[in-house]
Each structure stands twice: as structure tokens, then as C-alpha cells.
Design a protein around this ligand. Structure first.
Ligand code: NOJ
Length: 610
């Protein structure tokens, strides 16, 4: 039965009451926590991360305010010289994340996988791919990171598996209509001989979303659905066995110390009954939706994203996660607009969701006012914190996005033939945007390397590319490899700049990465690394993750935007002339030139204790 969310008055009243009670409770707890942390140490400078975590135990809903650092395992740090980052590499660099001051790590998938989509094609949900190490390495990392006060979040990929997963292999070996095939979405084709795909759906990576099988006897057979690559068949969530299996996966990682899950394609899974044609083709994960469409219209518009029945799956997972203490889920739900996205984080669903509206917002005053106001209000209305994010492994790194005039669409990347970003402008705006973001209340997500100000690799040659988007569109969309390049740790660390000891690296780094290497930034006043450390430190010290936020127009001129959070004024200057900084203690500034005192130049942000 399809139920529009707002048609049942009683459900609405009850869920709002529950949301309000939880919200009020959390506010009270966070007030106490704030008082405790500020009275313990106004700047927390003398506290270690694990001491801060001990204090945070008083606030069980840590995820509401956490700064979560995304590790893309293959590109973080390589411990065995095969050019591929791994779990031991992470363990060996944990110290750098403690110094940075993050609360948790979200790992992109490190499970067994043929790596056709960099691990988002899972062939065994409950084992570590040998490329990244072993389950023992994971266990070791849990112990080490928890001791350092850092929680670990794993990536759950429930919409599809790899075609090498034993469930799919068994389905291939079994006849049409068998229970094995019922784990996936197999259909007969249209046309006299079934030669046409069952409908007109397109893959997010380009091309048809259906692939036809060749049966064991060599004849052409059924088609199977893959919203992504043909090596990533979609699971059939109409089959209760799929849900049971996924519960086991959740429990496996929760039992093994995971603090929660980032849920991949969190608005996928359920497809509209009858698999109707899509009205307007779109290769994005949000579909080509219009803000004025009703929820029913939106669901009909893209029959595979954001279907109402997905909420039953989310609630089921929430019950599993709630059996454990202190765990959380964050949804990768490309659901627009925000009021629709908020339905994914009602009190019995995901704990939080990536705020892609914020990620897509330009560095521009009016748009920022709107997205921040809407986010706080709309997520707040269901008792959820907003999250804030600027970069991840699927989008162009934000310093490069802000360095070009037009922003290329989701997942398209920047190639040698595209307009090239202005590196200096991009870095300046990117730092200012980060400082603006990290002062906001709620959870914040950082993507590995942004703390170094790393730009996108925009001139990567086709011969190195690995993203299936590049191949499925015959190079028309260059894809996401440019934001996934291995990190530069050491400017004198050989060919891969300290990423691996012998200089190996699965993607080549651009020559500019030497200038951004961590060793050159560590301890250097004004460096991007020191800026991030300072921002995270002050954010904790002033309890800004759970702070009292308000816009502060009394400090604004035409080109500036200001807000107050727990007594800290965050002020950004977007363009034009330098402006005088308001009086108060300057806590942080993004000005590269620290000799410039008392003013804020264009595309800079400062934090001032008023
Ligand atoms: C979203 C992930 O972030 C992306 O990297 C992946 O390719 C798709 N989901 C498919 O799993």
C-alpha cells in the first residue's frame, strides 16, 4: 500500500511529539555537555582526544555534533608497497587524525570486491579484501582508534552486489523463476524475442541499466537490472531473504566494533511496482526533479529513487542498530529538495543524512543564507541535526569547484580538455567556505586531503582512469578519479610523496601535490592543515556542534555574511574591498597573510570571540 506521508493526521501528530521529546532531551543533554566541556577546559588544548571522548560519553548522541573524516582506503596510505592504500596504512597514520581532531572515520568500502567500482561492488560483505588487509587488521584498527578517541564507521552497500557475489553466481546458474534468481531483478525482455530491455531505465554511470544474459546453453536469456555498472546487479528488496541477509551484515560489523554505517544509495533499493518507464532520463542520483513537485509526483517521476517503501527498510535497520549502544547511520540519499530529504531522518529512520543541498551550494551569500536557514529549520522539524559537507569521493574537490566559473554536473569530473580551475582562487574560496561550514551546529563531514587544501587532479590522462563512468560514456564524462588520487604525505618521500614506501601509487599524483604535502604544512602558521586543526579545536572548545546559532546581520555590510554560535562570530567576506573586523578576540582567520591585521579581505572567513 502506498501511503503519502502527510495524509495520516494521527501519524503526523505522534511522530512530531516523539521528535519534539527527543529534540528537547538532546538539547538538554548537549547543554550539560557544553557546560562540562567549557568548564573542564575552555580551549581543550590540554585534553587528549580520548579524554574528550570520555567527556562525550555523557552525550550518547555523539553523531549530532561529530566531525567525521572520510577515508578512501585505496588512497590514504599504503603499508605494503603495492600502490594501494590499506588498513595497516591507516593504523600507521592514526596519529595525524588525532592531531587533526576528528571524532570519527567513515571508511569507503574495504570489503571483498573485484574493484570494478572501487569497492562499491561487494562480493563478500563480511570480509576484508586482501588489497586492504584482513579482518584482524580491522580488529586492530578498532582497538587503536578507540583508544585514540576515534570511532569507525563502515560503508554499507545494500542496493547492489558485485556480479562475483555468490548470490549472483548462483542466480546465473539457476533457471529463470528460481529462488536464486529472486535475489536480484531478472526480467524477460520486450519485443518478439525478448531482445529489448524491460524498460527505458539508464545507468547512473551511463548506458542502459539492463544487461541481457547468455544462458548456459548459449541462447540469449533474461535481462538483469543494474542502476550502476553491469558488474553491480541490483538486489531484489521485494524478497524477504534479502532483508534478512542484510540484517546479518549489519550485526556482523556492529559486533566487530563499527560505530555505525554510511549507507550507500540510501534512497534506492525499492523500485516502483511494475517497473514503469522513467519520464525524463537523468544520470544523476537525484533524478531530474522539480522543487514544486508533490512527493507522489516525485516518486512517479523517477520510479527507482526515493520510493515510499524504502522507509520500511530504514526502520528495520534502525531497530537493529538500536539494539547496540551509541551507533548511528548516515544516509547517502540524493533526495531533493531538503524537505523531502528530511523524511529520511525522522526519529525512527536514519540518524543523519548528507546535506547535498549544502554541498551543491555555490560560495555566494544569498544561496548560503537560504540553504543554512532551510537546513536547520527543516531537519530540526523532525528532530535531526543538519550535516554539512563540501567534498567526497564522488564530486570534484571543493577547492577546484570554487576555482571554476561553471560547476560541472555531479560525477562528471574535470578532464584535460575541460575548463581548468584557477588554483589560487579556488584554494582561497575553499578555505573560507570550510571555515564558514565548520562553525555551523550539527555534524560535519571532511574528505581526506581537504585538510591539505588538495585540488582535483584535472589533467589525468585517459590511460590511468578507472571510474566506470569514463568507460561507459566512452570518455565523454571523465568521472571521479580526479578526486581519488593518493595523498601526499611527505614532499621528500619519493615518487608517491610518502603514500607508499617504494613510490607506487594506483593513480599518479599531479605535480602540484608536492607543494601540498603534509610535512610542508605541519606546524606552519597559515597552512591549510594548521587552519583545519585550529577550526576543529575551537569548534570543540566552544561547543559549536551543539551551539545556539543565529544570523548576525548587525555585523554585516553588503559583501559580508555573519552568524553567531555560542558566542563566536563567524564572518565571511565574499567579494570587493577588505572590511574591518569587528572587535573581539580573533580565534581563527583564513587569511594566508597573517601580517594583515584587523581586516578581512575578499573570500576570507574569520572567527571572533565576541
Ligand atoms: C555512491 C557511491 O558514493 C559511489 O562511489 C558509487 O559508485 C555508487 N554509490 C554505487 O555504489
Amino acid at each position: 500500500m502506498r501511503r503519502p506521508y502527510f495524509d495520516n493526521g494521527l501519524v503526523t501528530v505522534i511522530s512530531r511529539l516523539v521528535a519534539f521529546t527527543i529534540f528537547a532531551k538532546v538539547k538538554a543533554v548537549s547543554r550539560v555537555f557544553r557546560q562540562k566541556t567549557t568548564s573542564l577546559s575552555p580551549r581543550l588544548e590540554s585534553m587528549s582526544n580520548s579524554e574528550i571522548l570520555q567527556a562525550a560519553v555523557k552525550n550518547p548522541e555523539w553523531w549530532r555534533t561529530a566531525v567525521i573524516y572520510q577515508i578512501y582506503p585505496r588512497s590514504f596510505s599504503d603499508s605494503n608497497g603495492d600502490g594501494m592504500g590499506d588498513l595497516r596504512g591507516v593504523a600507521s597514520r592514526l596519529d595525524s587524525l588525532v592531531k587533526l581532531g576528528v571524532d570519527a572515520i567513515w571508511f569507503s568500502p574495504f570489503f571483498k570486491s573485484p574493484q570494478k567500482d572501487a569497492g562499491y561492488d561487494v562480493s563478500d560483505y563480511c570480509d576484508v579484501d586482501p588489497l586492504f588487509g584482513t579482518l584482524a587488521d580491522w580488529d586492530d584498527l578498532v582497538v587503536k582508534s578507540n583508544a585514540a578517541g576515534i570511532r569507525l564507521i563502515v560503508d554499507l552497500v545494500p542496493n547492489h552486489t558485485s556480479d562475483q557475489h555468490e548470490w549472483f553466481q548462483k542466480a546465473l546458474a539457476a533457471p529463470a523463476g528460481s529462488p536464486e534468481r529472486a535475489m536480484y531483478i531478472f526480467k524477460d525482455g520486450k519485443g518478439a524475442n525478448g531482445e529489448l530491455p524491460p524498460n527505458n531505465w539508464q545507468s547512473v554511470f551511463g548506458g542502459n541499466a539492463w544487461t541481457r544474459l547468455e544462458e548456459a546453453d548459449g541462447t540469449a536469456g533474461q535481462w538483469y537490472l543494474h542502476l550502476f555498472d553491469s558488474t553491480q546487479p541490483d538486489l531484489n528488496w521485494e524478497n524477504p531473504k534479502v532483508a534478512d541477509e542484510m540484517d546479518n551484515v549489519l550485526r556482523f560489523w556492529l559486533d566487530r566494533g563499527a560505530a555505525g554505517f554510511r549507507i550507500d544509495v540510501a534512497h534506492g533499493m525499492k523500485k516502483r511496482e511494475g517497473l514503469p518507464d522513467v519520464a525524463v532520463q537523468s544520470s544523476t542520483m537525484s533524478g531530474d526533479v522539480q522543487a514544486e513537485m508533490s512527493i507522489e509526483q516525485l516518486e512517479a517521476h523517477v520510479p527507482y529513487w526515493g520510493q515510499n517503501e524504502v522507509h520500511d527498510i530504514i526502520r528495520r535497520w534502525r531497530r537493529v542498530v538500536d539494539e547496540y549502544e551509541d551507533r548511528a547511520m548516515c544516509a547517502e540519499a540524493w533526495i531533493m529538495p531538503l524537505n523531502r530529504m528530511a523524511r529520511w531522518v525522522r526519529p525512527d529512520e536514519y540518524h543523519q543524512t548528507f546535506n547535498f543541498g549544502y554541498l551543491e551550494c555555490p560560495w555566494e551569500k544569498t544561496s548560503l543564507v537560504k540553504v543554512v536557514t532551510d537546513s536547520l529549520k527543516i531537519f530540526g522539524s523532525v528532530g535531526a541535526p543538519s550535516t554539512w559537507v563540501l567534498s567526497n569521493h564522488d564530486v570534484i574537490r571543493h577547492v577546484s569547484r570554487f576555482g571554476i566559473l561553471g560547476t560541472p554536473p555531479q560525477g562528471d569530473g574535470i578532464g584535460p580538455n575541460s575548463e581548468q580551475p584557477d588554483e589560487a582562487i579556488g584554494l582561497r574560496k575553499g578555505r573560507a567556505a570550510t571555515a564558514f561550514m565548520l562553525g555551523l551546529p550539527g555534524g560535519a563531514y571532511l574528505y581526506q586531503g581537504e585538510e591539505l587544501g588538495l585540488p582535483e587532479h584535472t589533467t589525468l590522462e585517459g590511460k590511468y582512469r578507472q571510474d566506470p563512468t569514463y568507460f561507459r560514456t566512452k570518455g565523454e564524462r571523465v568521472g571521479r578519479d580526479g578526486c581519488r588520487v593518493p595523498l601526499p604525505w611527505d614532499s621528500k618521500g619519493g615518487e608517491s610523496l610518502g603514500f607508499s614506501e617504494n613510490g607506487e601509487s594506483w593513480l599518479p599524483q599531479p605535480s602540484s601535490y608536492k607543494r601540498y604535502a603534509r610535512d610542508l604544512q605541519e606546524g606552519q602558521a597559515g597552512s591549510t592543515l594548521e587552519l583545519y586543526k585550529r577550526l576543529l579545536n575551537e569548534r570543540k572548545a566552544f561547543g559549536m556542534g551543539a551551539g545556539e546559532f543565529r544570523w548576525a546581520p548587525e555585523f554585516d555590510g553588503e559583501s559580508t555574511l555573519s552568524y553567531l554560535n555560542n558566542g563566536v562570530l563567524v564572518i565571511s567576506n565574499f567579494n570587493g574591498e577588505p572590511v574591518a573586523l569587528p572587535a573581539g578576540e580573533l580565534l581563527v582567520t583564513t587569511q594566508h597573510d597573517l601580517s594583515i591585521e584587523g581586516v578581512l579581505e575578499h573570500d576570507q572567513t574569520a572567527w571572533i570571540k565576541i
